[in-house]
Design a protein around this ligand. Structure first.
Ligand code: ADP
Ligand code: MG
Length: 253
């Protein structure tokens, strides 16, 4: 646990997956995944459709169970169920492709709810925090609207604010811009860039290679349930080692 990685003098890794395997029936969707994510690190996960990227993300907060292996968060193993799981899961923020806001609640209420219900924060304080977070992601003016009155880019920024309101130790982003019209992609990536710059630990599944190049500390390339290659973005994009990665990059770049 106290092992340090490469040139990294920081403390123990925040997230550790060790020997993780998962099947969906006969499909071996995650195969012997070993992964350590340092505090403040931004890891971009790329790979072909169906390679297991979403499943890997979802195992980190136990939205998916695993068949074998362990996952620890800040040194504590994720249990299979129960109160301790709920507590640890609250420390993992998740933002999906589909924004999943509560349609019948205002934007402000979307960011207030989890604070009050899960974190037991008094409403007035939760509202104050929510307004600050909405300001931070650039949608403070929309606080009293309903999600359907916002653009996709605005909704996704609210979803990010809502996740941040839980005061997570790590944020998982699973293709957060894939459902957005092109002109809205950048406003979401900008929020993610600033989070990264502020030191948030992040795992990001994305096809936005510009973001990967500029914001990632490390790129993981997945294929067929395995982490096939990992490197700095610079090295990965200029000199991919595996045929799978070369083939993938030739199709998307
Ligand atoms: P990616 O995010 O890289 O596209 P996924 O993690 O979503 O890949 O899926 C990996 C594989 O697991 C795919 O073949 C997918 O069809 C399959 N899969 C994902 N979720 C389920 C599920 N709940 N039940 C059965 N198969 C699933
Ligand atoms: Mg996916």
């Amino acid at each position: 646990m106290t092992e340090t990685t490469v040139s990294d003098s920081k403390a123990a890794p925040l997230v550790v997956l060790s020997g993780v395997n998962k099947h969906f029936g006969a499909l071996h969707v995650l195969q012997d995944i070993d992964l350590e994510i340092a505090q403040g690190e931004v890891v971009v996960l790329i790979g072909p459709s169906g390679s297991g990227k979403s499943t890997l993300c979802r195992t980190i907060n136990r939205l998916e169970t695993v068949d074998s292996g362990t996952i620890t968060l800040d040194g504590r193993p994720l249990p299979a169920e129960g109160k301790e799981l709920a507590r640890l899961r609250a420390e993992v923020g998740m933002v999906f492709q589909s924004f999943n806001l509560f349609a019948h609640k205002t934007v402000l209420e979307n960011v207030v709810l989890g604070q009050v219900k899960v974190r037991k924060i008094p409403r007035a304080e939760a509202e104050q925090t929510a307004r600050e977070l909405l300001e931070r992601v650039g949608v403070a003016a929309q606080a009293d609207k309903f999600p359907s009155q916002l653009s996709g880019g605005q909704q996704q920024r609210v979803a990010i604010a809502r996740a941040l309101a839980m005061n997570p130790k790590v944020m998982l982003f699973d293709e957060p811009t894939s459902a957005l019209d092109p002109e809205m992609i950048n406003e979401v990536l900008e929020v993610m860039r600033s989070l990264a710059a502020e030191g948030m630990t992040m795992v990001v599944v994305t096809h936005e290679m510009g973001f990967a190049r500029s914001a990632a500390n490390r790129v993981l390339f997945m294929a067929d349930g395995r982490i096939v290659e990992e490197n700095t973005p610079e090295a990965f994009f200029t000199a991919p080692r595996s045929d799978r990665a070369k083939d993938f990059l030739s199709k998307i770049l």
